[in-house]
Design a protein around this ligand. Structure first.
Ligand SMILES: NC(=O)c1ccc[n+]([C@@H]2O[C@H](COP(=O)([O-])OP(=O)(O)OC[C@H]3O[C@@H](n4cnc5c(N)ncnc54)[C@H](OP(=O)(O)O)[C@@H]3O)[C@@H](O)[C@H]2O)c1
Length: 284
């Protein structure tokens, strides 16, 4: 697809904000889907739409060749995404690239993985040109622990299990390739970092980048949930605990070459991520 017009959902989010410049670098025309005009993305067309508002989505899809579907973490995430996919097909969007999650499966004990699998199955049945991207744990999720890390430690219920965490900038670069190149129809790509790392190794990488000692402390699921209970609703907290139990079982340690295969360069290592975000982890 040469110089397509691409609708980017979640344009203000972690992956979407990195995807926009990556698409522009590949010559695509970007339409950023935003909810709040005060958060408009500079340098591209912005369209106001909400995944919960079908009419706004149909308007946003007009004249679009390809769409990147990235759902927020929401209790109705599967319903929002399946409806978006239906509307995309009706609007004549040629290609749909869906941000799913590593190990998505209908029988997973992790609710988020079941929800992503539900969306994938629905999209497969639509007959629209589609590709699924299944990223593993985001390195950028560690920024949520930055406050504790700047005090010298962080905790999670993951033990010494290794996880092939990925930098969201690499998800964006891989997505840009899939949205603009041919040959990805019907494919599912597991997107991971270049190696699987334990949380102790993550702490060591951040420590090296900041020049400060940082300790990783294994916690129980109960303590982890109690520490986060004030910050998210129960369904999300329970889902997060399920995610971490999945990591702790060693189920997310596989390393894929998809980022390098799709982008032509190696995926960023945890050391790269830590160096680029050293200021945030230093409390600056
Ligand atoms: N975190 C991880 O480690 C990880 C790993 C694998 C997969 N994932 C998947 O990534 C997705 C979520 O990523 P994230 O939590 O990092 O979020 P994010 O993409 O950083 O942020 C959510 C984006 O969705 C937008 N948004 C929220 N509600 C919306 C609505 N009703 N309609 C349209 N747009 C809306 C937000 O816009 P506003 O600026 O308006 O709020 C924001 O741009 C989930 O599907 C999750 O399963 C996450």
């Amino acid at each position: 697809m040469s110089a397509p017009t691409v609708l980017v959902t979640g344009a203000t989010g972690t992956v979407g904000s990195a995807l926009i410049p990556a698409l522009q670098a590949r010559g695509a025309t970007v339409r950023a889907m935003i909810r709040n005009p005060e958060r408009s993305v500079p340098g591209v067309e912005n369209v106001l739409a909400d995944l919960g508002d079908p009419a706004s989505l149909t308007a946003a899809m007009k004249g679009v060749d390809a769409a990147f579907l990235n759902s927020p973490s929401a209790e109705d995430a599967a319903a929002l995404q399946t409806r978006f996919a239906d509307l995309a097909r009706s609007a004549g969007v040629y290609r749909l690239v869906v941000l799913s999650q590593y190990a998505a499966a209908t029988d997973s004990p992790v609710r988020f993985l079941r929800w992503h699998a539900e969306v994938e199955a629905h999209v497969e049945g639509l007959g629209i040109d589609h590709t699924f991207l299944r990223p593993n744990l985001y390195m950028q999720a560690l920024l949520g622990f930055a406050g504790a890390i700047s005090q010298g430690w962080f905790g999670a219920p993951v033990g010494d299990a290794a996880v092939s965490a990925i930098d969201t900038r690499d998800i964006a670069d891989a997505a840009a390739a899939v949205l603009t190149d041919s040959g990805h129809t019907g494919r599912t790509y597991n997107l991971t970092g270049p190696r699987a790392v334990t949380h102790a190794q993550i702490a060591a990488a951040i420590s090296a980048a900041t020049g400060k000692p940082i300790a990783y402390q294994d916690t129980t699921s109960e303590d982890f949930a109690a520490a986060l209970a004030a910050f998210m609703p129960p369904w999300q907290l329970e889902g997060l605990v399920e995610d971490y139990a999945h990591y702790a079982r060693g189920e997310a340690a596989e390393v894929s070459t998809a980022v390098a295969d799709l982008t032509g360069r190696p995926a960023r290592d945890i050391a790269d991520f830590a160096r680029d975000h050293a200021a945030a982890f230093s409390g600056n």
